[in-house]
Design a protein around this ligand. Sequence first.
Ligand SMILES: *Cc1c(COP(=O)(O)O)cnc(C)c1O
Length: 470
Amino acid sequence: MNYISTRGDNTTKRFCDILLEGLAPDGGLYLPEKYPQVDAVTLKRWSTLRYDELAYEILSLFIDDIPPEDLKDIVKNTYTKEVFGTEEITPVKSLTQNLYIEELSNGPTLAFKDMALQLLGNLFEYELKRKGKILNILGATSGDTGSAAEYAMRGKSGISVFMLSPKDRMSPFQQAQMYSLQDENIHNIVIEGVFDDCQDMVKAVSNDLDFKQKYNIGTVNSINWARIVAQVVYYFYGYFQVTKGTLSPVNFAVPSGNFGNICAGHVARMMGLPIKHLILATNENDVLDEFFKTGTYRVRKGGETYETSSPSMDISKASNFERFVFDLLGRDGERTKDLFGAGLSKNGGFTLSPEDFNKIKEYGFISGKSTHTDRLNTIKNIWEKYNRLIDTHTADAMKVALEYNYREVPTIVLETAQPAKFAETIEEAVGISPEVPEKLRELENLPKKFIIMPVNVEKIKNYIEEKALK
Ligand SMILES: *Cc1c(COP(=O)(O)O)cnc(C)c1O
């Protein structure tokens, strides 16, 4: 399997070449040269596999430069009951006829980013060892991604993590989750500033190419292809739980921000999984809903990006979206480059031609949005009708799913976080606080490990110089 860039550079690469990389050299995103096709016989055969067995089958279609036995071990050691809390890894629960929830939120940080990052941690460790290399991961977080990355990389050999977070800006729960990690290879740097300061400092350090090279600085960003491919697995798995080998169509409803989760659904559908609709849901930050309704993609300015009660979807542009547009434009790299390259920052967006916009139908996407009030009503409604608490992000997807006629085709709503992470809004909606899972109950009392630093790039660099793996 070869990988190409969405912006027309056809230099092909293999999976392990792009595993530790971010953007392609031409600024595009990596995609497989073509999507492997899965026929009915294979689907039937896969329909009874355990999660890790299925993950191996799917990943090995995309990864042919890791020996099969090694890949099998990596996957088996990733998707375990110890890490994900259940044998099924992503259990599917029925709420009522043709309405399901697939739980992607049983990992160490109680959010769906664990599904991909846990695998990424193991793949990174394997590949770095094989190449005799080390990696110092530098990142900025306002909450969830940073902790999922730290839980994925903790204790891994050849890897250390430097994570910048804004002082007093994260929930006590998020702070406890990150700062209670005692692992030697995890460095929490609390910045006396806001999230943008953290992000700017990461950029400043990464732009110093000598420094970056000398200390093997890398990132774990949302555009990494391995993350997408890891997420393809739970679309197949959820599908099989619901259809039980009948191969009838289903819908997936996906709470979306950076278009990573639903991009994996798109890949699964392109491979031949019978998905009728991919139902994309946004919160008040409705860049993507606007696009799928109108064909106009308009990047939001800072002041137009709202802080909402589903904060992991508060985005101004969707970093993985270019992958879908590349497919939509018949994989025309030149045109994709025109839309997403210099033009995007100059024009702040683009509008598809009516012919291109019409083609979206063939890809199964429909979309909708949800507001804080919708979220409260949906959480209350699902609690009262089905005795189940859902988190704010899942509520966004549920709201949009219920607007469509889900009774015609089974609809699987992807649960991306546990309600305990967003207790305040749950209380506002139903008047009770969600139960905190046992393994996290003690978290807030654990000792914390972090260092506080001012907004000062030189000081951060000095700290990295001192602590980095060398
Ligand atoms: C990251 C995240 C999302 C959005 O997923 P994308 O891949 O960015 O579209 C939704 N819900 C939760 C809880 C998340 O952490």
